[in-house]
Design a protein around this ligand. Structure first.
Ligand code: AMP
Length: 114
């Protein structure tokens, strides 16, 4: 998608702080962090949201779970974390390229959310 900011990040057309990269996924720091560690787990394929996922995209779930496990093992501070998906504009989604927020590092703040 030409006008998608996450597609531009994935293609390295605009900079980001990359934490992890695989063939299918890119993980980079959120530009406006809500916790000390705030990463976005983003499939490289442009998928708008859950409704936009095709049957063949569902295997990404396994890859994403593996990535979450890897992120949780980056340091002892990463082992307590919250995951967040804003699916749809009314739920607060602002970038329409599917992503999962990984938040950790501020234990009290995280304990108070949800
Ligand atoms: P959402 O509201 O779930 O769509 O979240 C979109 C997230 O993308 C927000 O937390 C933004 O701070 C983040 N974001 C937007 N532009 C960038 C960027 N260029 N680099 C990193 N994160 C970004």
């Amino acid at each position: 998608m030409n006008d998608c900011i996450f597609c531009k990040i994935i293609k390295k057309q605009i900079p980001s702080s990359i934490i992890k990269e695989t063939n299918e996924l890119l993980v980079f720091k959120d530009i406006a962090p809500k916790a000390r560690f705030h990463y976005l787990i983003v499939p490289k394929k442009h998928i708008k949201d859950f409704a936009d996922m095709k049957p063949e995209d569902l295997d990404l779930g396994t890859k994403i779970f593996g990535m979450i496990k890897e992120l949780s093992q980056l340091s002892s501070e990463h082992s307590n974390f919250k995951l967040l998906v804003n699916n749809g504009a009314l739920a607060g989604q602002k970038v329409f390229h599917f992503h999962i927020h990984f938040l950790s590092g501020d234990i009290q703040l995280l304990a108070d959310i949800g």
